[in-house]
Design a protein around this ligand. Structure first.
Ligand SMILES: [Zn+2]
Length: 278
């Protein structure tokens, strides 16, 4: 079976050669013809279906279908038989859905499928390894950082926008307050309420913030700064600088999230910036 033919297997008649033949030519098992199907789910972004002849001088695809897949890659199917293309630009197609029939329209000497795979930049790549396999998944490919990856913060009782800014930004300037205000539609008094989820734009540099994703329960740490006797921060200053302990528990969004101690008991609560992983 094939990922690009409805009922036949693949026979390669012309290999991929970068710069010379930027796709691969296929016919069905036993040099037969077949319906062409979508390699993977996607959206049709290019179609030509009015090509009735061969064109031995040009470089024409003849009738073709180009699909953009959900990982940003493209596949292209060329030389389809006149009158056989079943899809239009904008159509959503699923893997295995018939999109046309093999033909010899455009620059083609005999009926075959010219199959191309293009990366996220629409650059043709060697399709050989994908003929009967999935395209690369999105997360295994380098891509621009997703704008949907946002930092959020759940407001605790007693929080102020100024205090939240201090957590996430280097200072707590009015510009920073307004970043949070505008991102969350706060009123001019910067009113927030407990349990409200705030989007924190451009939250980056705070060292406590960066470390917080690396430290986990059970990690061995050295205490490098002061902490607090209670996770809430409303206690006495916890000491222990230089001690080597481990993280017992993590209190999510608290100001002093990391409960640190050892087998003999709790030492105190610390920010990530006061803990050095060992
Ligand atoms: Zn070809």
């Amino acid at each position: 079976m094939s990922r690009v033919f409805k009922s036949k297997g693949n026979v390669v008649t012309q290999k991929y050669r970068a710069g010379y033949h930027n796709g691969i030519d296929l016919v069905g098992t036993g040099y037969s013809l077949d319906y062409i199907v979508a390699h993977s789910d996607g959206t049709v972004v290019g179609v030509r279906k009015d090509y009735a002849t061969q064109d031995k001088t040009g470089n024409s695809y003849g009738n073709y279908v180009k699909i953009k897949h959900d990982n940003g890659y493209y596949t292209l199917y060329a030389h389809m038989k006149y009158g056989s293309v079943t899809v239009n630009v904008g159509d959503r197609v699923s893997q295995g859905q018939v999109i046309g029939y093999m033909g010899a329209t455009g620059h083609s000497t005999g009926a075959h499928l010219h199959f191309e795979v293009r990366n996220q930049n629409d650059t043709r790549i060697d399709p050989t390894s994908y003929i009967d396999a999935n395209l690369p998944s999105t997360n295994s490919e380098p891509s621009t950082p997703s704008t949907s990856e946002k930092t959020t913060y759940t407001v605790q009782s007693g929080d102020t926008v100024a205090a939240i800014c201090r957590k996430y930004y280097s200072q707590s300037t009015k510009t920073e307050w307004d970043l949070i205000k505008n991102a969350n539609g706060l009123d001019s008094n910067y009113t927030i309420y407990p349990s409200q989820t705030l989007t924190i734009p451009n939250a980056t540099s705070s060292s406590s913030n960066n470390n917080s994703t690396e430290l986990k329960v059970g990690d061995k740490v050295k205490i490098t700064g002061t902490g607090n006797s209670q996770a809430s921060g409303k206690g006495v200053t916890a000491y222990g600088i230089g001690w080597e302990r481990e993280i017992l528990k993590i209190y999510g969004d608290r100001e002093y999230p990391y409960q640190v101690g050892n087998s003999s008991g709790t030492t105190g609560f610390y920010k990530a910036s006061s803990l050095q992983k060992r």
